[in-house]
Ligand binder design. Structure first.
Ligand code: ARG
Length: 298
């Protein structure tokens, strides 16, 4: 009797079997990386940057994706656009359709058309944006729902435009801490949109203190099983991570988050992008997911 009890208790707490899903990503080598202007609280132009170090750290991220079996495409870096390495901001792509970015600040404005050209040249259907939005920096696909951030960069009007473009539900969330100015600095999508054998319940990790009360309420309602990440892990950009459903690439400084991921059956992979953090970006910022369409057939 007691043996039976122990067995079922163990079963209830055993980590789920996580299944990695093949991903396609767009990245940009930080050949022209530097910090020459300030558009977020992390950027201090007076602090020296080391482009060679940024390149070496970025290369580890690239090599890790390739080693995990993912497909990584590259967009050519443009001189004078030091933030182009943060490709997550270049657009938002679902089913072969790329909704282009329209950047909040003039310093990054030319990146919008550069990314749209790349999408067109590589077979994506491009929707030119009317509203200010910073792509996958503020838009995250979770299951069949699009979470959309506002407060610092993308506007509320862009959330409506996003819904019109993709015809999916949009959940608007308001960011309140200037250090976490993009949604991908405060939420990490952990599970695949669709795994083998059907739709898995998609889960997220998030930093509660980055959101206003109403948005926190929405997140609690929708994601009761979410991993709540501590402020100290958020402050080292722990949430700015990339998951394939099993392997979660995170900052080595986010040690609490690393433990939480292990407890849930994920495999944390530690990637140090300290140099790119000087520009206010991390792993996810350097990664744009290219959802071509064939892998999301229903
Ligand atoms: N310096 C860039 C900016 O402020 C960093 C962008 C980070 N990207 C991201 N997806 N969070 O726009």
């Amino acid at each position: 009797m007691s043996t039976h009890h122990t067995a079922s208790a163990a079963q209830a707490t055993a980590p789920a079997t996580r299944i990695p899903q093949h991903r396609s990503y767009l990245m940009c080598r930080p050949e022209h990386f530097t910090v020459s202007y300030t558009i977020n609280p992390w950027m201090e132009p007076a602090k020296p940057t080391d482009t060679a170090k940024a390149l070496a750290q970025w290369q580890v991220l690239y090599d890790t994706y390739v080693a995990l079996g993912h497909d990584v495409q590259l967009i050519d870096p443009v001189e004078g656009l030091p933030d182009m390495v943060y490709t997550a901001n270049g657009g938002f792509v679902i089913d072969g359709v790329a909704y282009g970015a329209k950047f909040r600040f003039a310093e990054r404005a030319p990146e919008g058309p550069a990314f749209m050209d790349w999408f067109r040249e590589n077979g994506f259907e491009v929707v030119e944006p009317v509203e200010v939005n910073e792509g996958e920096g503020d838009f995250l696909l979770v299951g069949d729902t699009m979470l959309a951030g506002t407060g610092f960069r993308s506007t509320g009007d862009s959330h409506r435009e996003l819904g019109d473009v993709f015809g999916k539900e949009v959940v608007s969330l308001t960011l309140i801490d200037p250090r976490f100015y993009h949604l991908d600095t405060a939420i990490s999508v952990l599970d695949p949109v669709q795994g083998p054998g059907g739709v898995e319940k998609a889960n997220i990790a998030y930093l509660p203190s980055a959101f206003d009360d109403a948005s926190r309420g929405v997140l609690e309602d929708r994601f009761p099983d979410a991993i709540l990440v501590a402020d100290e892990d958020g402050a080292v950009f722990g949430l700015n991570s990339a998951s394939d459903g099993l392997n979660v690439l995170i900052s080595p400084r986010a040690t609490g988050f690393e433990t939480q991921l292990r407890e849930r059956g994920y495999n944390p992979v530690l990637i140090d992008l300290s140099e790119l953090l000087l520009g206010g970006g991390g792993i996810k910022c350097c990664t744009l997911e290219l959802r071509h369409g064939q892998e999301t057939t229903r």
